[in-house]
Design a protein around this ligand. Sequence first.
Ligand code: C5P
Length: 295
Amino acid sequence: MRALEAFAKVNRSLLVLGKRPDGFHELDTLFQTIDLSDELLFEEDDGLSLSIAGGAIPADGTNLVLRAARALSERAGGARGARLHLVKRIPVGAGLGGGSADAAATLLGLNALWGLGLAAEQLRPVAASVGSDVAFFLFGGRARGTGRGERIEPLPDVPDESLVLLLPPFGMPTPEDYGALGAPPLPAGSPLRPAGEPLPDRNDLEPAAERLRPELSALRGSLRAAGAASARLSGSGSTVFGVFRSPEEARRAAEALDGRDGVRAAVTRTISRAEWSRRAVPWRPAGGAAREALR
Ligand code: C5P
């Protein structure tokens, strides 16, 4: 049995450039890996199967892990099997990319388990067929995403940032946020910012999310009042995160904000691509509890 860690993300910036004829929204976003992860275990088997510990998500064919496994099996040109077990720790419907991270870890793990030898570049189209932001999780660290979010340009590592995540007791379905946005059609020949130009500290989905859930605006305000240099919605929410100047400041803010109105506060930090490569990609020995779960 082998194990991989699947790390979550936040969007340090998210610009919606317009609605496309295919119904998706054209984005220019800055993805950033954070130190919060699910664990995925792999065992050779004849058929494909999935079991899940934690998190109220179905282990059926709608699960992104099984969709990624099927897509890779097709790409490999034949039915292949594996027994998968997911230990879910990343909150669901939170804008932290948990399902997409699991799907990408499935691709990386099964690529190794099945001895396919596909490079990340070759896995990228398989990832994009499973979901708009799955491809980012093949690269980790900091990366710019354009198109639906599936066109990834890995960016150089920057110093780690201290974050506080505020996790409300509700999730935000991504299509609802995009629907409430009422974005205008993507203008023809819409120019992207030149490479290297910093993306602004902005998330264009915030006004729509905050109309649907006004308490999200108050949460951003509470992070700023607690000293955050920036306080943004992650992706389509519901997580709101603050960027702090030190781990100590982040810890103090999290202590002050935790538990208000059922909102959980968690301290974390960003993870560079160098660290992600060390921690996410290599096989790790599966822990005792996970081993038990597979019996
Ligand atoms: O690609 P994914 O399955 O993650 O997208 C879920 C939903 O989010 C889409 O069906 C669409 O409603 C919305 N979406 C969008 N534009 C994007 C990404 C997602 O409108 N770039």
